[in-house]
Design a protein around this ligand. Structure first.
Ligand code: G3I
Length: 464
């Protein structure tokens, strides 16, 4: 039934978007299989109802068939993982990690330092900077430590920028109690616990332009400062909760603006990830077939950024079905790619067709700019009262592949590890001359990690 729908959907969407050229489609192609061919991650949250077993079995079937990255809607947040001081609750998070492992999916952790969903006991320390620093550090050490090696990337800091002006959000227990130093500190502490995890700053409205007055413009200045100071940040997560353009006349966001942010981040060797995408319509309006097709086009335009920008690798949707979506609380509806009955919508078809028809430029491998470890100090032993340790500038470690030879610069002796796209190690060696032959690896796309002392770089390569 699913495949039948897929074929029909392809024919419809392809013509709607002016792409009626004949293509062949394998019957078993899914968003996941096509994303993997394109070397990107495609995902959806596991809704809170999944954790309590309230969802029909076809929800999970769809989820694991169509997606290769997962994040919990609420279950790894502060109030879920440390509901009372020093007492940690990992049950639901463990359940998701196990599900991800069983189904070969990457896990995102969301979120460590956020002003929302903070338990009441934390707020009691609002006026005690030293105590709050200890609370945040202890939370990070426990939570990140518990899932070390299992959670591949963390939203270390979420939504720290004000909505209205280019400045930090003042209504946050962390900001009020500690000051903006909590941000730098959170990255440093997380990295110290799991140096292999990718660390993101995550926020919304980042698709609204990069002028200094826009949120993304303010963020860019902070990212520049973090990189310069050696703060271990590897990615920016753009939540991308947007509204259909026809129902929100004042909305100023666009895929082009988000692409501009990706390009600026690339200059800093920082990735862009789309982490919480939904494209809703105002609640209460009738949504026509044409509206849903236009919605599909917008989903595709955001996907294009991830496919086309070398430093973008993740396309994650904040839900599976319109039936279980937080959007009602935002006075929006129907923002996801499956309808109330878990049937794929035109947006699903639009994404599928785009993944099917995308052809990367011939001679450019999609680069992976993750992740330059810029820290040189063991921050775990530092006094918690010192919020921002100063780091020396980053060392310019770089690599490129030519045929089967990996060329490395910026290191005298580098440890080289190669992994397949499922994360399995396929090569391990040392490079002492600036060049290393990657022997015994078949053609394909791989992740390479090079390390020298505490500096490391991870990049995607293609062996032809
Ligand atoms: O914890 C209570 C539970 O005890 C009670 O039984 C239940 C009954 O309604 O409510 C539970 O809390 C709710 C929680 O979700 C867990 O279901 C909260 O009331 C509700 O406000 C909360 O909403 C979540 C929201 O974050 C809170 O900020 C949404 O599910 C979740 O989708 C949403 O996710 C955020 C991202 O984390 C960050 N970016 C924006 C995104 C959408 O707001």
């Amino acid at each position: 039934m699913k495949n039948q729908h897929t074929f029909m959907g392809i024919a419809l969407s392809a013509c709607v978007f002016g792409m009626c050229a004949a293509s062949t489609f394998a019957a078993d192609e899914t968003l996941r299989s096509l994303a993997e061919k394109n070397n990107i991650y495609i995902g959806a949250i596991l809704n809170s109802q999944w954790f309590s077993g309230q969802l029909p079995s076809n929800y999970e079937q769809i989820h694991k068939t169509q997606f290769n990255i997962v994040v919990a809607e609420n279950e790894m947040k502060f109030d879920a993982t440390e509901p009372s001081e020093g007492r940690f609750n990992y049950g639901n998070g463990d359940k998701m990690v196990k599900y991800a492992q069983q189904n070969g999916m990457r896990v995102r952790g969301h979120a460590l330092a956020w002003h929302s969903q903070v338990p009441g006991w934390v707020n009691n320390y609002r006026n005690d900077k030293q105590k709050l620093l200890k609370v945040l550090k202890n939370h990070i050490q426990n939570v990140v430590g518990h899932w070390k090696g299992k959670v591949a990337e963390w939203d270390v800091v979420n939504e720290a920028i004000s909505n209205n002006e280019p400045m930090w959000r003042s209504q946050s227990v962390w900001y009020q109690g500690i000051g903006p130093d909590f941000i730098d500190s959170a990255f440093v502490w997380t990295h110290a616990v799991d140096p292999d995890a990718e660390l993101c700053y995550n926020d919304y409205n980042l698709e609204q332009g990069i002028s200094p007055k826009a949120k993304a413009g303010f963020l860019l200045e902070q990212v520049k400062r973090w990189v310069k100071n050696g703060i271990p940040i590897h990615c920016v997560g753009s939540q991308t909760h947007v509204e259909d353009t026809t129902t929100d006349k004042h909305f100023i966001g666009s895929p082009d603006s988000l692409r501009a942010l990706a390009k600026e981040l690339a200059k800093l060797n920082i990735k862009l990830k789309i982490t919480e995408l939904d494209i809703g319509f105002k609640s209460g309006i009738n949504v026509s077939k044409k509206d849903l097709e236009r919605q599909g086009k917008t989903f595709r335009e955001y996907l294009d950024i991830v496919l086309e920008e070398p430093n973008a690798d993740t396309y994650l949707i904040w839900g599976v079905s319109d039936k279980w979506s937080w959007l009602g609380g935002l006075n929006r509806q129907k923002g996801l790619i499956y309808d109330d009955n878990l049937k794929p919508k035109p947006a699903f078809d639009s994404i599928l067709v785009r993944l099917q028809t995308f052809e990367p430029p011939q001679d450019t491998t999609k680069q992976d700019t993750t992740k330059t470890d810029t820290t040189k100090t063991d921050t775990t032993k530092q006094d918690t009262s010192i919020a921002i340790p100063q780091f020396s500038s980053m060392k310019a470690l770089s690599m490129r592949i030519s045929g089967r030879t990996l060329f490395i610069s910026g290191a005298n002796t580098a440890k080289v590890e190669v992994f397949d796209m499922q994360g399995r190690p396929v090569f391990n060696g040392k490079c002492e001359t600036g060049a290393l032959e990657l022997k015994g690896i078949s053609e394909g796309v791989y992740m390479v990690r090079i390390r020298e002392h505490s500096t490391s770089l991870v990049q995607k390569i293609a062996i032809k």
